[in-house]
Design a protein around this ligand. Structure first.
Ligand code: HAM
Length: 409
């Protein structure tokens, strides 16, 4: 038997219902904030992710679904959505047009990670990206949109924020950190030893407890921010305070992608287990430039859809539409014809199997139909249908001609 690949799964109808419920409502909220839908290809040039997510990141270093296509090009299944949206923004020369652009997107992403609960190799994200706004009000705006989405679905979360500095304050801090890391190198794990050379600030993200213990005395970026980054971060915190949005400043929050500058954030949920980040994002003021565009600030986030679906409960199904059942073989062609008429009005289920009234009522209830329409010998003789309104709990016989016209219910 051929099975789905490890870390990849089918989204079956039951879960799809939740998926659609999530997408519809997240889309509505993103649109309320002025975001417009964008769709970019799932397959992109490998160089796009090397130059944006960063060669030293785990995603590019270890997790890319990368291959050479039949034309000899190195291509890659997107591991995340931001890079493709930025590529599209630059390719279509939106960086040359003044003004703020806001996009949202959703779809599959691919990372060759070790699968476990909440961590897949094919997973889905809902993301937003805003270009052309460097005012820290936008940082707050983006956090508020994400918070509104999570609140809509009743998710329990903690918001963690940090500032990752800019091209002015990050390089001197990095030097300071590297010096410190070499002093404590013997106590670090092999991954962290490697990070000293490739991407030192990622040591703060190490899950190894002994690394975390000896990193306690390491210098932190928070106290090395330049005036501009510091003021911007203070502004974001002040506004969140004013709005009553609770947050924790987490100096270990460095994010797994290299393009971030200034504000970075994650929403984690204690209801999720080890993979507890339900969404993450931040500013990336240099990324458009890295991808050959005109310098344009950017900020966004992405929600892990599988993770949020684990936390969402569907509202009780509204009963609507029709269920048709036959209690007599001769009634099947009639219910087929009536069902066909009703499909133009509402969701309609037709059961071709002859069953008892009780069995039909049970099936109608399972399908969340509002009207259970049953035809048996008596109804055939009297040119009528028997209908039970499963909401009002009313039963009646309706003349065929009335029912066909849509009256009598
Ligand atoms: P990210 O933190 O790598 O950020 O991913 C965002 C979310 O995707 C995570 O918080 C998590 O919920 C989900 N996720 C990540 N990897 C997996 C996985 N293997 N299985 C299941 N869910 C996963 C980004 O991707 C950035 N592009 C976000 C962003 C947009 N930053 C700015 N704009």
């Amino acid at each position: 038997m051929i099975k789905a690949l490890r870390g990849m799964k089918d989204i079956l109808p039951d879960e799809n219902e939740k998926y659609i419920y999530f997408l519809e409502n997240a889309t509505k909220l993103a649109k309320n904030y002025g975001f417009e839908y964008i769709e970019t290809p799932i397959l992109e040039e490998t160089a796009l992710f090397k130059r944006s997510v960063g060669e030293s990141s785990d995603i590019v270093g270890k997790e890319m679904y990368e291959f050479v296509d039949k034309g000899g090009n190195s291509v890659c299944l997107r591991p995340e959505g931001t890079a493709g949206v930025v590529r599209s923004f630059v390719e279509h020369k939106f960086d040359r047009i003044l003004g703020v652009k806001r996009y949202f997107y959703y779809g599959p992403m691919f990372r060759y990670e070790r699968p476990q609960k909440g961590r897949l190799r094919e997973f889905h994200q809902f993301g937003v990206e805003c270009f052309g706004e460097d005012n820290p009000y936008e940082d707050v705006n983006i956090i508020l949109l994400l918070k509104d989405i999570l609140d809509f679905f009743g998710i329990n979360y903690t918001l963690k924020i940090n500032s990752l500095g800019c091209q002015n304050c990050l390089p001197p801090f990095r030097e300071l950190l590297v010096k410190h890391l070499y002093d404590i190198e013997d106590g670090l794990c092999d991954d962290c030893k490697r990070r000293i050379k490739t991407n030192p600030i990622r040591v703060f993200d190490c899950k190894n407890e002994s690394c975390q213990t000896i990193l306690k005395d390491a210098p932190r970026l928070g106290s090395a921010l330049c005036k501009e980054c510091d003021e911007s971060f203070e502004f974001v915190k002040k506004k969140l305070d004013e709005l009553g949005v609770e947050y924790e400043v987490d100096t270990n929050l460095v994010r797994g992608l290299d393009y971030y500058t200034k504000t970075a954030f994650e929403f984690v949920s204690g209801d999720l287990g080890a993979q507890n980040a339900v969404a993450g994002g931040g500013r990336y003021d240099r990324l458009v430039e890295f991808l050959d565009g005109k310098s344009t600030p950017g900020i966004g986030f992405a929600i892990g859809i599988e993770r949020i679906l684990d936390l969402i409960e569907l509202p009780k199904k509204e009963m609507n539409g029709y269920y048709f059942g036959a209690m007599d073989e001769d009634a099947v062609s009639l219910i087929f014809r009536l069902g066909h008429i009703c499909r133009k009005r509402a969701k309609t289920e037709i059961s071709y199997q002859k069953k008892s009234l009780k069995a039909h009522l049970k099936a109608a209830d399972k399908k969340a139909a509002r009207y259970c329409v049953v035809v048996g010998e008596n109804e055939l003789k009297s040119n009528s249908v028997w209908v039970k309104d499963l909401v009002e709990k009313e039963e009646k016989l309706i003349k065929l001609e009335d029912f066909e016209k849509g009256s009598g219910l």
